[in-house]
Write a protein that binds this ligand. Sequence first.
Ligand code: CS2
Length: 496
Amino acid sequence: MTSRLSNDTVQALPASVAVPSYDRARVAPGIVHLGVGAFHRAHQAAYVDQCLAEGETDWGIVGVSLRSGDTRDALAPQDGLYTLAVRDSGGESLHVIGSILSLLVAPENPSAVLAALTDPRTRIVTLTITEKAYLRAAGGELDAAHPDIVHDLANPHMPKTAHGFLAESLARRRAAGCQPFTVLCCDNLPTNGATLHRLLVEFAALRDARLAAGDARLAQHIADEVAFPSSMVDRIVPATTNADRRRISDQLGVEDAWPVMTEPFRQWVIEDDFPAGRPFWEKFGVTMVGDVGPFEDMKLRLLNGAHSAIAYLGLLSGHATVDRAFADPAIRQFVDRLWAEAIPTLPADAGLDTADYTAQLAQRFSNTALAHRTAQIANDGSQKLPQRIVASAMERSEAGAVPEHLTLVVAAWIAACEARGRTLPENHFTDPLDLALAALGTRHLSAGETVAAVFDLAGFAKDHAERQTLIELVATHLVHFRQGGPALVLAALGIH
Ligand code: CS2
């Protein structure tokens, strides 16, 4: 049997594989990361790995999974080591990353997670928990009726949600006279730090209301004394396949149960507000700024917006991967027009070079070595489209334009949902609204009625003056999708 990647085997790997050049035994934990999935392992953990190699040895990572034990099961026998495979058409380079020191699984042992979060050495908590785990209601406020929030308010010592873990550990640190950690949100949400800050203050206020007066006021503490810098993170990370596992293990000569695949490009822009200290990230290409807003909007609206468009149009046109969909001339033309429609919503005075940015995106989307699946990006559309597509559509409509390309993406999402169980496999992608969407499907509504109901469910353009205009535009596209698929919809815009 092949042996496993581990502290013992890592130094004997082939010379072409980059390995940690530092003594992992001397690294102390300084960061707790919630949501230790592939994206974190390709992005933040790789930057931290470089910091550790430069001698900043007190910033090791404790990786926490909030739901399943899969990552821990794969990486614990490997001492937390894994391979990052950087791929493009020119080939593949392998880097073993050593920054994740230990892995915890919250549902198995919430106390251990709280212990890591209250450890005075923990000065930063980073998060990639995906959009839906912020548990926002359709209006954007905390979904106080969500069963996990209800659970965490009733059981503060045994939390399930990120909100529950952060609130309880900040309360314990405060009681112990220990400085709060800085919370660094790394999810694809607009003003992500401020958004999490607001949600956590809402959560803490509900918690305070249940406590004796002397124990309360956590909400005030979090509002006034905990820093939540926003950040923009970017790197394309397709899900690892079994073929990837085999190929990487063959190249290493030892088994790696969960290597991570990614592209050469990476970007991280962070607001510089770390009262408890931070690694010297800028040495490794991280941009530290005062206001991350323009970078976030450019990334969400141009990269992620186009990604969602490619995913839904791609799925409906039979393309399994982003590069194949993007090579389809009609989809490519559509994406160019989508960008042209979204770009005027970005601030003109923030020094953004959108021409250069979209040219670079076109190259990244064409990376044939990634095989980034359209079905992967299609997940959770109800959570993603507000900041990727609907926000731009509202702004363009308000400015008097007709955002026909942006609204087409919303229609494509609805059409792709409707195609599941028909032309697409039943669970080809999933969404937190799936049950409600399926219930709509059984009512045989007109396109207009369907779109209005979906806008209500997902909170799209809630209470916004342009809501009705957008619904009508989306409905026109949905009629075409229902009649003739993407070819008819695009043809109606003159795209063939
Ligand atoms: C993608 C993102 O799955 C998705 O929704 O749009 O994960 C995207 O690949 C990353 O944000 C790139 O940084």
